[in-house]
Ligand binder design. Structure first.
Ligand SMILES: [Zn+2]
Length: 273
């Protein structure tokens, strides 16, 4: 059973705030993972990606990536859809070079489509991207469809699972987004039960906490450091009970600090890293 913990983005406490500097800090902190953020743009060239991938390997750091926020594979604009496909392909290419195992994607807004129509559209568009990846020999990095918080976004857990059964993509489980979309409710056991149908050998996931708004009496899709919304310890317990191979990426504003908190929780429950 393997557990990978680390930040989504470069360590805040690294002396050198570059990706390589962040890796050095991860080693000091004894964390074993980082997600590379291509959310604004793919910031690595082929050459730097090779160097970074090599260094990660030497240091025993596992990697994933996060694709651009501008992606919308269900847009009514054909130009936006084509640009989204190109963005995913570009990010996948560099992810592959760097040795990343998976890539998180905010795949779409419904953009006027029903969830069923959106699944059809996404299936078609992902098939297209996967074909191109195959032609280019990109075969390691898995495309991860993230579970999303907003009602306007494709990506309840059920929708993501449905899509993953029809096309060769995997779920990227954002625990906080699921919690927010269900307005402060999450049942970890139920989620693992639902995922079982996909027979995944590894689960990729994001964890952070959400902010509660006293005004709207709602949990917001705004990340805050770990407090208890949603709680982490029951998730850790469920993972250990089920012996799930998992990556948990901290998307908290204090990034690696919360990864260390997660690590302590697992250790308290008897897990040895
Ligand atoms: Zn995300």
């Amino acid at each position: 059973m393997k557990i990978f913990l680390g930040p989504g983005g470069n360590c805040i406490s690294a002396k050198d705030r570059t990706t390589l500097g962040s890796f050095e800090r991860l080693v000091e902190l004894q964390l074993n993972f980082q997600e590379l953020e291509f959310v604004r743009k793919v910031y690595l060239t082929e050459k730097t990606a090779q160097e970074i991938g090599q260094r990660a390997k030497e240091l025993g750091i596992s990697l994933t990536a996060h694709a651009q926020y501008a992606i919308n594979l269900c847009s009514i604009s054909k130009a936006v859809v084509e640009a989204s496909k190109r963005m995913i392909l570009e990010a996948a290419r560099i992810s592959e070079t760097v040795g990343s195992n998976a890539m998180a994607i905010h795949s779409a807004y419904y953009s006027g489509q029903t969830p069923e129509q959106a699944i059809e559209t996404l299936k078609r568009n992902f098939e297209d991207i996967l074909d191109k990846m195959k032609q280019e020999g990109i075969k390691k990095v898995k495309l991860g469809v993230e579970t999303m918080a907003k009602e306007s976004q494709f990506g309840t857990l059920d929708e993501v699972i449905k899509l993953c059964r029809q096309v060769d993509v995997i779920p990227y489980v954002d625990w906080c987004h699921i919690f927010v979309r269900n307005n402060g409710r999450i049942d970890y056991a139920e989620i693992f039960d639902k995922l079982r149908v996909l027979k995944l050998d590894h689960i990729y996931s994001h964890f952070s906490n959400s902010k509660y708004s006293l005004n709207s009496k709602k949990f917001l899709d705004a990340h805050v450091p770990m407090n208890s919304h949603p709680p982490f310890e029951p998730l850790a317990k469920e993972i250990l009970k089920r012996k799930v191979d998992i990556t948990i990426i901290s998307e908290s504003p204090v990034l690696e600090d919360d990864s260390l908190k997660m690590k302590k929780t697992f250790e308290k429950l008897g897990f040895k890293f």
